[in-house]
Design a protein around this ligand. Sequence first.
Ligand code: KG4
Ligand code: ZN
Length: 336
Amino acid sequence: MNNKDMYILGIESSCDETSASIVKNGTEEIATVISSQIDIHKDYGGVVPEIASRHHVKNITIVLEECLTKANMTMDDIDAIAITYGPGLIGSLLIGLEAAKTLAWLYQKPLIPVHHIAGHIYANSLVRPLQFPLLALVVSGGHTELVEMTKHYKFKKLGGTLDDAIGECYDKVARVIGLEYPGGPKVDKLAQVGKDSYKLPIPLHDDSYNFSFSGLKSAVINLAHNIEQRGEELNKEDLATSFQNVAVESVVSKTKKAIEDKNIKYLIVAGGVAANKGLRTAIEKLAQDENIEVSIPPMKYCTDNATMIAAAGYYAYLDGRIADLTLNSTSSANLE
Ligand code: KG4
Ligand code: ZN
């Protein structure tokens, strides 16, 4: 091992994935283990926080051991531990945090606090180096945010959702159509074959960088309800297409505004909804129109994982962000 190399163990447990990963110098994935609870929460139509916490407790040591084994490393080979401290489900976050603090104390390693959104953004550094100034559009089950960065680990949140996240809205629409959780990818698939025949309101069509999805969600629920009451049949494909067009347009128009206002040349799209075909097509077109570069990490780095936390942890460490054992989890941390 080169002395200058830094191996960071990342831990992520903010929602329903228990994950550990070892990343070299913030860019090279050595080993990752992700234990997903999707099959457990599917029966409830969404993540149940209490159940999620219990599964994190059950999984965390197994995931950590598996990750070290996969990397053929021991804790002696690890230089620092990066942990998602927030935002997320508080019970879930605390399990990862306690594991990270215990390891940091036991093996006397630096403890690096990582904001979950910083992780989603730095997922990109596993694919290619970040270029500044950049704009990051983070779209996931818990977040819809536009973040500007002028250098490493300097974040300026331009806007975010005022209510529901885009992924959350996708999952709700899926439920209305009768699709299983997480329904985002299934709605996306239907949207490829339907027609834009239902009229839905474009949310928060204003001058801000903010988003709103609760009105759109309610509009879809009401529409489906009215159709049912009239004894007519809902065309699921058409509803998926109509919804997707509006959801994507709302996100893309605010992104366009930020690119133009801030003279951005490099755009990152991150988070689970970055997998969305409609969004990808619209973003590619936007990048062409605006003559900017765009980077969307591969799917395995888009959904929640500890690789992105270890990657972000490296740059957080270089920025001097070391926590002591009083570090606490917080469900609604600001990205700063
Ligand atoms: O980033 P992620 O794994 O978790 C959070 O941090 O929230 O994102 C999961 C979300 C879910 O809401 C899921 O339905 C949505 O991403 N999603 C999609 C697609 N793939 C995943 N939504 C729309 N279209 C997709 N193709
Ligand atoms: Zn996430």
